[in-house]
Ligand binder design. Structure first.
Ligand code: 6PG
Length: 244
């Protein structure tokens, strides 16, 4: 089995283990008095992780050493049930002590083109830059059944290769506008972790992890981590078609 792939019995076990790892990363950074920058994702598995962090680790980490950003956001107001920020607020932020200045949401309610530029500038100013692109300490990603990640969809893989930091994308079915970081930012991160659960993801996981020809151009397949620190955390259902 690919060493970057870890399979957990249940989604909860995955979330609990990764919550421990995230908290340890934050503590290590705090010991060095260095802030940590994390790009969050939407999706059901990231949401479970945030709930576990909020419910069981709220006192375990010096959250004031974390700067939270988003890898993508739906172009909706923060109070919308569709909002990735709103989901994170409900599952995590309202349960932990974290300064407002550490939460850098994407303004989904603003004009998408303008917001993509604003957020790109914010990222360039707020976190270290390497090879012209921001370097997150951690980028969390979910995976769609179609192989999309963040808000880069299979019909717009040019967004992955964009020389911009953020782009405006369009959900291929709902036609909902999204703001997304691009592949150059994702691959520039110190750590990239996919969190994927559910039997409905087993087929796309098999194709991507197995590097099947039909999957090589899917957005999630293009995530490689320039520093070689890419990990897949799956539950047994999502990993059920992988060979040992
Ligand atoms: C989003 C996410 C998106 C998500 C996948 C998987 O804003 O929706 O960034 O990339 O992670 O669609 O979502 P599920 O885990 O809910 O299937």
């Amino acid at each position: 089995m690919d060493p970057s792939v870890r399979i957990f019995r249940t989604p909860y076990e995955l979330a609990e283990k990764f919550a421990e790892e995230m908290v340890q990363m934050i503590k290590d950074a705090a010991d060095k008095k260095v802030p940590v920058s994390v790009a969050l994702s939407g999706g059901s598995t990231p949401e479970l992780l945030f709930s576990v962090l909020g419910d069981h680790f709220s006192k375990s980490a010096p959250w004031d050493f974390v700067n939270f950003f988003w890898g993508d956001e739906r172009c909706v107001p923060p109070v919308s049930p569709e909002s990735n920020f709103g989901m994170t607020f409900r599952s995590l932020f309202k349960k932990i002590k974290i300064p407002q200045r550490n939460i850098h949401r994407i303004y989904g309610e603003h004009d998408p083109s303008h917001e993509a530029i604003r957020y790109s500038d914010l990222l360039s100013r707020s976190i270290p830059v390497r090879d012209g692109f921001p370097v997150f300490d951690l980028v969390l990603l979910g995976l769609g059944e179609d192989g999309h990640t963040a808000s880069i969809f299979p019909d717009r893989t040019e967004l992955f290769h964009s020389d911009k930091i953020c782009e405006v994308s369009l959900h291929p079915v709902s036609r909902q506008k999204r703001i997304t970081i691009t592949g150059r930012v994702i691959n520039n991160a110190e750590r990239v972790r996919f969190l994927v659960t559910g039997s409905n993801k087993a087929e796309v996981i098999k194709r991507i992890i197995g590097r099947e020809k039909s999957a090589v151009n899917l957005p999630a397949s293009l995530v490689v981590s320039s520093v070689g620190n890419l990990g897949w955390l799956l539950d047994s259902n999502a990993g059920s078609l992988l060979k040992d």
